[in-house]
Design a binder for this molecule. Structure first.
Ligand SMILES: Cc1cc2nc3c(=O)[nH]c(=O)nc-3n(C[C@H](O)[C@H](O)[C@H](O)COP(=O)(O)OP(=O)(O)OC[C@H]3O[C@@H](n4cnc5c(N)ncnc54)[C@H](O)[C@@H]3O)c2cc1C
Length: 497
């Protein structure tokens, strides 16, 4: 039993203060979401005795709340990519992800992700995760049918499409309607049980335990109101999600994200995993970054519209991924931001939309709309006139929107208010976390390894590092792949010790 006074994630516990270990095991996993389940499965399959602690009363975390899209490909393609004629090269996928996340991209991590990404699809299928053999070539946030393969990022948009052969890499778990993450987690939970992992629900990890050499040797967990001291011979793997639900950490590290209005995640996204890593000398990196979106499609017809500032200026190709557009909205120096559409582009927005942006103005002419939005006279007219002239020729020399989304916008017009903080739905979550090697080993500030400590999923800073380079599926892909690698590494540390 631990003899600590106040046990908190920000303060490590000394092993010398522990009079007796309540649980002794090989590998401890904190968090039963995507990363934690994969870490536990691989550690157990490698022969380690594993204890998994989850603060909630059930498995799932944010992974179970998610759309269940997983970003996979490379190595010639997954089975489903191949079925629909996509031979996805690892070099294309690697270079694409490097471009997406630079300058803070981690080359080693991206390489390690791409190397395993196609076979990871097979691993998930082996664990019982269902994927329909289908390809849906539509501009979607996530399928509402049970379809699988889709373009889920900027593969077909400028500038990426000028550099790499576009390949759809979003693999949505089979489920009619949104929320395939639930099905994914149901199957991973079954696989965790089958692997013989000791599972503890309602078990909150409170503090890491370190020995006299500052190596991590265990964890204090609160179970049934009592503090339980757990020893880990191989290592502790932190898979406790990100910090989007911790207002104080958000203000401290990622204040820009605060301008979005909908933190997405589970209540456990309090950053406790990151805090535990920091408490033993781990480094946290990229803490300012996050995914921030404006899900303006469906209806996909709004892609024909144009985003403008309060000076009537465009700033992005509207066929970009919704996460890139959302990130750019946060970056504009503009009091108001609008999506301007004509009636055809507005389409069935009122029947079906996720974004919930209100109508800021309408006009039978562009001058009327300009006046209603109180824009400086002539600025929107000039923008539209230039845009329309080129769009009629299928060109967009300013922002390179692709010809399939180009046509002149004809009056009457409508303007949707997409200003962050004025009602339009802008979901966000964090992309910063502990600095880890591709194996999941946590690095300290000087780059050295914190012995016995691993992190995966959103507790670590993984492959996704930029809001404007995010693709749907990359967070679950990263969580499940890095979880697996950390599980293998912690189990093999035990064997080598
Ligand atoms: C609505 C929504 C849709 C999304 N759609 C997609 C998508 O389609 N594709 C995609 O790639 N990403 C998507 N994401 C993001 C993605 O789901 C998450 O980033 C990812 O699943 C995180 O996985 P994880 O294993 O790191 O964390 P989680 O799955 O959140 O697991 C962390 C677990 O740790 C537990 N925990 C926290 N603190 C403690 C503690 N101190 N002690 C014990 N347990 C603790 C939590 O309760 C939780 O169960 C979506 C997110 C949301 C919310």
């Amino acid at each position: 039993m631990a003899s600590t006074k106040k046990t908190v994630p920000t303060k490590a516990t000394k092993a010398s203060d522990i009079s007796q270990w309540d649980i002794e095991t090989d590998v401890i996993v904190v968090g039963f979401g995507g990363a934690g389940s994969c870490a536990a499965i691989e550690a157990a399959d490698s022969g380690a005795k594993v204890h998994l602690f989850e603060a909630a009363s059930a498995a799932g975390g944010s992974t179970a709340l998610s759309g269940g899209e997983v970003y996979l490909g490379g190595n010639g393609g997954t089975k489903i990519q191949n079925m629909f004629g996509f031979e996805d090269s690892s070099e294309d996928m690697f270079n694409y992800l490097m471009m997406q996340h630079s300058p803070q991209a981690d080359e080693d991590k991206i390489r390690s992700y791409v190397d395993i990404a196609a076979s990871h699809f097979d691993w998930l299928v082996e664990k019982g995760v269902p994927f329909k053999e289908s390809f849906i070539d539509e501009r979607l946030v996530e399928p509402i049918t049970d379809d699988c393969l889709l373009y889920s990022g900027n593969e077909k948009a400028w500038p990426e499409k000028d550099h790499f052969k576009p390949a759809p890499r979003g693999h949505a778990v089979q489920k009619v309607g949104m929320g395939g993450g639930q099905v994914l987690m149901e199957q991973l939970e079954k696989a965790v049980i089958a692997a013989g992992v000791n599972i503890h629900f309602d078990a909150r990890a409170l503090s890491l335990v370190v020995d006299d050499n500052d190596a991590v040797v265990g964890l204090i967990v609160r179970i049934d109101g009592k503090e339980v001291a757990c020893k880990a011979r191989g290592g502790v793997i932190l898979c406790a999600g990100g910090f989007v639900m911790n207002e104080k950490m958000l203000k401290q590290y990622a204040p820009r994200l605060d301008r979005c209005n909908s933190p997405i995640g589970n209540p456990g996204d309090t950053g406790s995993g990151i805090q535990m890593g920091l408490s033993v000398g781990g480094a946290a990196i990229n803490m300012h970054e996050g995914f921030s979106s404006i899900p303006f499609y469906p209806p996909s017809t709004l892609t024909y519209g144009i985003f403008v500032t309060d000076k009537g200026q465009r700033f992005i190709n509207e066929d970009a991924y919704h996460g890139r557009v959302g990130t750019h909205l946060l970056e504009q120096n503009s009091e108001r931001l609008y999506l301007i559409a004509d009636i055809e582009a507005y389409g069935d927005y009122e029947q079906m939309n996720f974004m919930n942006a209100s109508v800021a103005g309408t006009g039978d002419t562009v001058a009327e709309l300009e006046a209603e939005l109180e824009l400086p006279q002539g600025c929107l007219s000039n923008t539209l006139s230039l845009y329309n002239d080129f769009a009629a020729k299928g060109e967009d020399p300013m922002f390179h929107k692709q010809p399939e989304w180009l046509r002149p916008l004809e009056p009457p017009y409508v303007a949707l208010d997409v200003t962050p903080g004025r009602g339009a739905y802008m979901p966000y979550f964090t992309l910063g976390g502990l600095d880890t090697k591709p194996t999941g080993e946590v690095r300290g500030l000087d780059g050295s390894i914190i012995e016995g400590l691993y992190a995966a999923g959103r507790t670590a800073c993984g492959v996704p590092r930029r809001g404007d380079g995010y693709n749907s599926g990359i967070s679950i892909g990263d969580a499940t792949i890095t979880g697996r690698k950390a599980g293998i590494a912690a189990a093999s540390r035990l064997k080598n010790s």
